[in-house]
Design a protein around this ligand. Structure first.
Ligand SMILES: NC(=O)c1ccc[n+]([C@@H]2O[C@H](COP(=O)([O-])OP(=O)(O)OC[C@H]3O[C@@H](n4cnc5c(N)ncnc54)[C@H](OP(=O)(O)O)[C@@H]3O)[C@@H](O)[C@H]2O)c1
Length: 290
């Protein structure tokens, strides 16, 4: 049976990759760091010895590695540059020399490598990150492109979906709406993105693997929506909601991190290669949760 290693299987994208790739017959090994997910093994490249890296990464019959690990809290990365560098760049840099050339290295990147001046973006648009997280993700992409020929870089944004910790924006909002407490939520009306379900990322990986594709792909659904309108969309499924969602301009929010505004990704290249693939959308996910 073909084996796949998922680094970060306790996270949103990683857990969906773990479950989906397993469900279609791969022998999947998953890793976690602080949050022990079912059946996963502890792994942190930064704290691993050469021998440990070798035995995990160079195991026999490993057809692919899906590398989802990273420090994803954008504001935290802005304030903790060195920690962001260690988790988003140094860990990968230590990992890559052990990847065998017959193993496909799949990395999950982001639209935050762009400046958000004229998204949604195609694969060959020029990166110009505006914050620490985006810079480090871009650095990691460059390391992979330089050092690993047999790679796939999948850029995604605004990921939602089933996850044990339910920490993605849509899941948290659904929980809040189910509790139906009186509250006010201000959401930016000028940050545009293309939300995608983590399971669709896993499905796209399976397609790309079956085609032995390589290079950069943007993975995005048909939703092109601002954070405010996304909030309103989720709320529309809850009648008599006491949550008051109001629009706010990003520049009026009390955040230190610059964010790409006109962001999002175009999955045209992927869909041309896989015309039978169809992405689910935000409504499909909300309906499955209410
Ligand atoms: N979520 C999004 O909207 C989004 C958008 C664009 C791109 N991405 C990218 O997609 C990838 C996955 O995101 P996600 O939302 O699934 O993140 P997540 O839920 O925070 O999961 C991150 C995973 O990485 C593990 N991890 C973190 N630092 C690690 C380290 N130093 N060594 C080993 N494992 C480590 C975590 O383990 P523990 O939790 O067990 O500690 C967890 O399993 C990230 O690279 C992110 O940059 C995400």
């Amino acid at each position: 049976m073909s084996k796949i290693l998922v680094i970060g299987a306790s996270g949103l994208v990683g857990s969906n990759c773990y479950a989906y790739l397993k469900s279609i017959g791969y022998d999947v090994i998953g890793t976690h760091r602080n949050f022990a997910a079912a059946e996963s093994i502890y792994f942190d490249p930064l704290l691993s010895t050469e021998k440990e890296l070798q035995s995990l990464i160079q195991q026999e019959d490993l057809v692919a590695i899906v590398y989802t690990a990273g420090l994803t809290f954008v504001d935290y990365c802005e304030k903790n540059t060195e920690e962001s560098y260690q988790n988003n760049v140094a860990g990968i840099s230590k990992f890559l020399p052990f990847v065998k050339k017959e193993t496909k290295f799949i990395y999950i990147s982001t639209d935050y490598i762009f400046d958000g001046k004229n998204g949604p973006y195609f694969e060959n648009d020029t990166p110009n990150p505006v914050n620490v997280y985006g810079k480090h993700k871009n650095q990691a992409e460059n390391l992979i492109r330089l050092n690993i020929q047999n790679h796939l870089i999948l850029r995604v944004t605004n990921v939602y979906g089933n996850e044990i910790r339910q920490k993605n924006f849509i899941s948290r909002l659904i929980i809040q709406l189910k509790e139906n407490n009186t509250a006010e939520l201000q959401l930016p009306f000028d940050q545009l993105a293309t939300p995608v379900n983590a399971k669709d990322i896993a499905r796209s990986i399976a397609s790309l693997l079956s085609n032995n594709s390589s290079g950069i792909y943007h993975i995005a659904s048909t939703d092109l929506i601002t954070r405010y309108h996304l909030g309103i969309r989720v709320q529309s499924y809850f009648h008599n909601s006491k949550l008051k969602i109001t629009p706010i301009k990003t520049s009026n929010m009390n955040i230190i991190t610059k964010r790409p505004l006109l962001g999002g990704l175009l999955a045209y290249k992927f869909l041309i290669e896989f015309p039978d693939f169809s992405f689910t959308n935000v409504d499909d996910f909300i309906k499955s949760q209410v």
